[in-house]
Design a protein around this ligand. Sequence first.
Ligand SMILES: [Zn+2]
Length: 364
Amino acid sequence: MGFRDTRNFNLAMLGKQGWRLLMFPDSLCARVLKGRYYNDSSFLTTTRKKHASHTWRAILAGREVLTQGLIRRIGNGETTLIWRDRWLPNHFSGQPLTPSEGQLVSRVGELLSENGQWDEALIRQIFFPVDAEAILRTPVRPNHEDLWAWEPEKFSMYSVKSAYRLLDTRRINESNLQAESVSENTDWNKLWKLKVPPKVKVFWWRVINEFLPTRQILHKKHIEPIANCDLCGADSESIRHVLMECSVAKSFWEYMKSTTGAKLPMLHPDSWAYDLISCKGVAKQDQAVFLIGMYALWMQRNRRKHGEPSRPIKFAVQWAVDMAFDLQQAGSAPLSVKPQGTPLWQKPEAGWLKCNTDGAFYDR
Ligand SMILES: [Zn+2]
């Protein structure tokens, strides 16, 4: 194969040095470097020290590619962190999609039962079904320690060729995304600053990274046999399909337009997820209601998938509009749409106490 990109080729070569440090921690070279640069931490987590040698700086640069392809192979699960390490083969970023907040487990070993195999009941209780399936099909080797492996290669050993290919794929993906000439960091900043609930921001982060279990994405990962939408029969249930193109989504946005006047514009097929957060082709005052509306559509879809009764579309629209309106009231973002049929807060009659609470629904 040809190595067209010299920088990536160099990184792939340097990755090999880092890989050796991980595989042979007792080698003379590894012991010297550890003594000098990461005595109190590990190769993968250490930060660059001042006055580091040229060689060490180069090895750290190669770590960039290592962290993308390294994965933990599970033995007793004692040294693998559920929410931080990559440990789920062929599964999104190699980590669970289930949010880690409020979870009591931290090490993979806590998900194993006494015989060293997966504790299925516990796993199904903690994780989203798509994560649970990925965990349960991950092999474990009881009575062994967890090890580092190189995921892109069949025999788990690092190769410059596969590392280069990994970097090359990423370069192509990135240049596609940067077609809109916005840098990734600017986009993240915009995302975190949006006046939408944190769960909607996290949801959008997943939309952008395609960390959502739609049929099309699961099919691509060989988890689902077919990619089509089970609701409208379309060929491919992509994220865009669920949020904009499916029959439910179309009725949702129709109803939204007829009741609030906010019309979802035609968005670019590749950059739509970025355009919505940077208000490209989208009126600023409608942005929140579109993002929250899409979150509501995603929740509707999950409820349906789990066999729960779905709410009528008008309630889902109302919920999104109310939430956007409440946030606008709380902050100062202008919003063109107004909730309809929802009375504004009124103070209680004399002699009465009024208790205001907030509620949210979750798809499990
Ligand atoms: Zn559909």
